[in-house]
Design a protein around this ligand. Structure first.
Ligand code: NAD
Length: 244
């Protein structure tokens, strides 16, 4: 481990836009050191400029690439020397009907949304455990989706990837909690981010704001060491219950 420089540090995948950027902003506002990772150095640089503090550290990494993931964790460790929270916000949406869409879409979406939560968590586990053993707790939070709880027509691949995250996070929690690391899922409905920009069916005035999703992530991370909230669903007020 590198030399500790900030009192708490987080790694946010997909941290250069949308929900990940909002989470990074909230953590920085609270005094954390934050590594944001993404695939585009330009987008990361723009995000860092927007965040406007030297407590943000950028790391270009594709979370589907094993070498990138190893380098990302080493890079974070050199900069901060601790990992109090790992937030998995990298992800993508691909949509189409099961009957007309090649199953390769399922492979791609699982590879982008589900598998990296496994691999990045596994790579981060030594740093999370070391931090938890020194400080009482560390957290892993993954961005799932309400579509992981309720499949809809056209959403099968995405829903399956996010449904998989529900039990993956429970398994991670079960394995790492004895060493002080909690794992939770935040499952929003439609959020006002670049991911939903192409969806012309949405009334954008009804979308959840990224900062409200970030609030739930901060809540989970901030819980006392003996408390665990496995999942938070964040619906649009206009959704009422299941009318997505
Ligand atoms: P976004 O597109 O703004 O952010 C996702 C980020 O992840 C992007 O910057 C993207 O480049 C990055 N990313 C994707 N694949 C990556 C990879 N392999 N390596 C590194 N970075 C990668 O979208 P968002 O809405 O902020 O989405 C964040 C998370 O929240 C996603 O997991 C998404 O599925 C989930 N989510 C979004 C919504 C929504 O309506 N926007 C709803 C529920 C869940």
């Amino acid at each position: 481990m590198g030399a500790p420089s900030e009192s708490r540090a987080a790694l946010v995948t997909g941290g250069s836009s949308g929900i990940g950027l909002a989470v990074a902003q909230r953590l920085l506002d609270d005094g954390w050191g934050v590594t944001i990772c993404g695939r585009s150095a330009d987008r990361l640089a723009a995000a860092a400029e927007q965040l406007g503090t030297d407590r943000v550290h950028t790391a270009t990494a594709d979370v589907t690439d094993a070498d990138d993931v190893a380098a990302l964790l080493a890079n974070h460790d050199i900069r901060f020397g601790r990992l109090d929270a790992l937030v998995h916000s990298a992800g993508m949406g691909r949509f189409g009907p099961v009957t007309l869409t090649p199953a390769t879409q399922l492979d791609q979406v699982i590879a982008a949304n589900l598998r990296p939560v496994w691999t990045v968590t596994a790579a981060a586990a030594p740093q999370l455990v070391e931090t938890a053993e020194s400080n009482g707790a560390a957290s892993v939070v993954a961005l799932g989706s309400i579509l992981g709880a309720h499949g809809r027509g056209m959403t099968a691949a995405y829903s399956a990837s996010k449904a998989g995250l529900r039990t993956l996070m429970e398994s991670i929690h079960d394995e790492l909690q004895p060493r002080g690391v909690r794992a939770s899922l935040v499952a929003p409905a439609y959020v006002d981010t670049p991911m939903t920009e192409g969806n012309t069916h949405l009334d954008r005035d009804t979308l959840i704001q990224p900062d409200d999703v970030a609030s739930t992530v901060l809540f989970l991370i901030g819980l006392g060491a003996t408390a665990w909230v496995p999942e938070i669903q964040v619906l649009r007020a206009a959704d009422r219950m299941l009318t997505l």
